[in-house]
Structure formats: C-alpha cells, structure tokens
Design a protein around this ligand. Sequence first.
Ligand code: UD1
Ligand code: CA
Length: 475
Amino acid sequence: MRAYAAIILAAGMGTRMKSGLCKVLHEVAGRPMISYVIDALEPCRFQKIVVVVGHQADTVKKMLQRPGIEFALQEPQLGTGHAVMAAKDLLQDFAGEVLILCGDIPLIRTETLLEFVRLHEEKQGKITLMTALLEDPTGYGRIIRDTDRAVSRIAEERDANEHERSIQEINTGIYLVNAAILYRLLARVGQENDQHEYYLTDIVAEAARDSIPVDGMLLRNAGEASGINSRSELAQAAAVLWERRRLDLMDSGVTLLDPSTVYVDAEVRIGPDTVIHPCVTIKGQSEIGTDCIIESGVYLMDSRLGDRVKILQGSRLDRAIVDDDTSVGPMAHLRPEARIGKSARIGNFVEVKKSTVGDRSKASHLTYLGDSTIGRDVNIGCGTITCNYDGKHKHPTVIRDRCFVGSDVQFVAPVEIGEGSVIGAGSTITRDVPPGMLAVSRATQKVYPLRPLGSSRETTPKAKAEVEHEDTDRS
Ligand code: UD1
Ligand code: CA
C-alpha cells in the first residue's frame, strides 16, 4: 500500500451562511462541523493530516488541537486550488497519495473514505474522484465525461452551460491524487472563471491534457458527501446526525420513549437501562449512569448523574453533579457547581448554585441554596433561602449534618449551623448556631379583635385575653 496523507480545506468564510462565524465552526448536532470530518478521518491512520485554515484561523486551530494534525495558513483565500497550494510546504517530503476533502461535509463516514482508498489502491490510480448522482445537483460542480465515459473535466455550476447543468453526476469535493502529480497540475491552474478563483477542480482538465487517467468512484449514499453551504443545509445535516446519535444510544441499551424529540450531543455518555422521556436535551460533556429516568422537558448541560437518578419534568441542570439514587425536580434548577449526594432529594422550584448537599438530605420545595454546604441527613424546610449576596460579595452558609430547618427560614450569610441543630420556622438567622441547639427568631404574634366600622360592640373578655399573647407555635 502506498503512503497516504490528507488535506482538509477549511479556510473559506462560507458567505452563504450569512454569519459572523466561519462555516466549519458552525455546530451541527452539538459539535463544530469540521470535527466530524476529522473524526471520520482519524481511524484511516494516514501519515499526515493537514488542515488549511484562513478565516478565523486561530479559533479553528484551537478547536482542533489534537496530536498529528498540522495547519497550513491560506491568506488571502483565492479558491480551493489555492488552498491546496497552501499545504504544499507541509507535504514537501511526502511522496504518496493525498486525500483532499472539505471541512464542510460532516456526514462523511470512515468506511466510505476507506473504500475510496481501497479503490484508488486497486487501480493504482493517479487521480480518483468521488462522485455522486443527485436528483437535484444544484450548486455542485458537474462531472463532464467524454464519449468513452472518461472524466474530462469538472464544470462549476456558475461556469456551466445549460447542457452541463442538466448533468446529475456531481463532484463531492473528495479526491485522491498522487502528491507529485497534484502539485504539478495545480501549478498550471489559472483564475479564468466566474469567481476569478483558483479552482482545484481544474486539475481534472489538466490531467486529461497530460493523458493522466482520472477514475471516479460513485458514492452509493450520496447524502454522505453533502457539502453544507447554507443554514437550511445545516439543519438537514443536523437531522441526519441526531438520528444517527439516537440509533447509537438505543443500540447501547438506552430507552428513548419518543426518539425524534430527544437531542443528545455527540460526547454525552449514557448508561444502559436509562429511560429518556420525550423532549429532552442533553448537551456538552454530560454523563448519565445506568437505570436513570430523565423526564420530559429536562435540559442537561455538562452535568454528571450517578446510577438510578431521577430528573423529573422540566428541570434544568448546568454543570451539576448528582449522585446515585437521588431525585431532582420537577422544575428544579441546578446551576454550576451544585453537587448533590446520594439518596438525596431536590424538589420542585428549588434552585441550587455552587453548593454541596450531603447524602440523604432534602430540600423538597421552593428553596434557594447558594454558596452553601449542607451536611448529611439535613431537612431544609419549604421556602428556605440562603441570603448569600450583600450587593458586593458572596458569602457562605454552612449547615452541618442532621440539622432540621423549618419552613421559610432565611440564612443571612456568612453563617454556620452546628450539627443536629433545629431552626424554627420563619426565622431569620444572622448569627452562628452551636451544635445541638434550637434557634428561633421571629416577631411576637399579636392578635386584635376586629371592630367593624361604626360598630359599638364591646370587646369580649375572651378576645381581650388573647390580645398580645406570646406565640407558642411549635418551631
Ligand atoms: C466545491 C467544488 C465543487 C464541489 C463542491 C462539493 C471547487 C471550485 N468546487 O464547491 O466542484 O461540487 O465543493 O461540496 O472546488 N476553501 C478554502 N479556501 C478557499 C476557498 C474554499 O479553504 O479559498 C474551503 C472552504 O472552507 C470549504 C471548501 O473549501 O470547506 C469548499 O469551498 P466552497 O466554497 O464551499 O466550495 P463549493 O462552492 O461548494
Ligand atoms: Ca461546499
């Protein structure tokens, strides 16, 4: 087998996207489109991978920092042929075959690239093109064959005549070319076209001139080489990639109750026997254990769930960690650095930010926990709030193991509650409470008789007795 290298063209802006972001960085199914191309290429184990960058070069480079990937800068961008020229120096000592492909074809698969290489090897080809037959070839370069069916050139749509435009065999933009031949032919390519660019496609006509045979491999699944040029093509490719993702998840043992409404990013990991209800989005580097239940309307970003975790309807988790057997929601909001222990419960309308909640602790209703450390076996009553922000700084609240916090308590941070203490309902806690104490802070209840306007009715003795009585409610 001959030696192989790859060049990925990714310097263009992609003006048809009408975006401030260069095309190859646009996300498709949760990842920049070019990373799918690299992923498809890596298992082919080529000697070299060169990415040609130009527009937003630094961002593209940063995104693709992986061992074995080299970058060539194309500045300014004068066409696809010019882009391949920019990689010439990096391939100076390379004497093999070069696979050229674009960074805007995220649907391409490794198997297809390997089959393409196999064909090129079998024929000991000099130039092999990957072509496809399209019902609607609009936008693509058309493959022009001469009378004996040999490929004689490629006509770009904007330079093609009416007859050429009716040809349905298109250039996928994926080529295998011997490196020496490639650069010899490219040196002769000019800018005589509608865009005044150096077209890589023109090497085909140059090859024909030198009687170098050009082979074609017809791609069976034409959609795989779809180049993305517009937002609507982006959406179509995303639909295909989401679907592939759902099938992979189901193959790995995850149940999706309504697959087409579930969006799981490429790098998310989900354990077997986890059940995902309709309309769920799981993003970034999230990890979900086995036997979990993720109910409808849940949004997870970069979050980690243990095993047998339940995330109930309408909850949002962002960079949160939830340990085994814990239940969260419905309508809970776990914000960055929320860490919930094992067998704990975060109930409805509870928001947790930068806080640790220990094993078996519960905050079941209407609560805000921010910058706090909650121990184990703690009960946080309904409506409890950590007042963590004084307008300038954030302050911590610490509630030690086995504390019982009644309903509607405010902790004015910084404040610490010792182990096993009880806080009476409705208290505003401004000072530390030592372990094993009961703390209550609330105004004395007063009760007055109602005297309707104009009424001369005397206050009954019983009502009188109840006025200004002390509040003896249980805490
Ligand atoms: C190109 C082909 C066309 C083919 C189609 C397949 C040419 C002239 N035409 O057209 O025959 O059917 O791809 O999708 O090659 N790029 C650079 N530097 C540049 C210009 C482009 O790196 O100066 C990169 C772009 O970032 C992009 C790729 O090359 O990833 C293709 O460029 P694009 O403008 O999309 O080419 P098409 O017009 O689609
Ligand atoms: Ca394109």
